[in-house]
Design a protein around this ligand. Sequence first.
Ligand code: ATP
Ligand code: MN
Ligand code: MN
Ligand code: MN
Length: 281
Amino acid sequence: MIELYRGLDRKDECILNAIFDNMWDFEYVPVHAIARECGISEEKIELALKKLGGMRITENKYTEYLGASFTFKGLSVFSLKRLVNKNAVSMLGNIMGEGKESVVYNAMSERYGEVVVKFHRVGYPSFKKVKEKRDYGSLHYTVLTVRSAKREYNALKKLYGYASVPQPVAWEGNAVVTRLIDAKELFRVKISNPGDVLDMILEEIKKMYARGIIHGDLSQFNILVNSDGVWIIDFPQSVDTKDPMAQEYLERDVKNVLDYFERTYRLKKDLKEVMKYIKDE
Ligand code: ATP
Ligand code: MN
Ligand code: MN
Ligand code: MN
């Protein structure tokens, strides 16, 4: 990642900006559009794209014309560059985790100290599915990763200060930066006061609901705990409480949590009662 980042000159940066600006209109952004935006000849853009393609930063495609889109790695490097430019991140650290839908890094921020950078890759064709035809209309799948990052950032902005979630620091492209929480995922720890912890989690779900947000993927994997409390993370699939699917998602979230505590700690709570508590009925 860092090597790729350092290998980019001003022209490359302009090209990547042009691809980013135009990827909502073109699955593969045509060379002439990039040339126009950068004020550089099409020949020079083609040469630069060959280099970027070789670095696996862009995916180039010939139809009637040459066009380019980002790879996951390319969009991530681009987003990182923007985060550094606006001083949200000063140094990228190690990979903390690599999930299906994201790659998460430790990083440093001058203003916020230790932070986490999550590069979204939802919709990215997996190795197994790479031959499968996926239809996103005329949109490139990298657009979906940007939408997913934006949705997560917006949810965190709305919730921070009202519910226990990581502090949102910045959003650029497919990257969301949050402040690091020194805690472990619920499924990794054996807690000594499960009744209290379960109550704290349900209280957070209630606070999020009051703020108009349903998590949508809540489970022991997206709850962090330490001796100070609990935090809810991972919001790209969150929905508004006015969404037609809201009640279904809320019930599934609550059920996931109750099932986990019943299975792991033999703690039983009535789903209907808990739903009433959360919705303040
Ligand atoms: P997964 O494939 O595990 O579901 P994901 O793509 O859903 O990953 P997240 O759950 O948001 O992404 O983040 C992945 C992991 O990174 C979390 O399980 C957690 O361990 C860690 N993490 C994310 N954000 C933070 C944070 N602000 N503080 C501490 N750890 C974090
Ligand atoms: Mn996941
Ligand atoms: Mn997760
Ligand atoms: Mn997730």
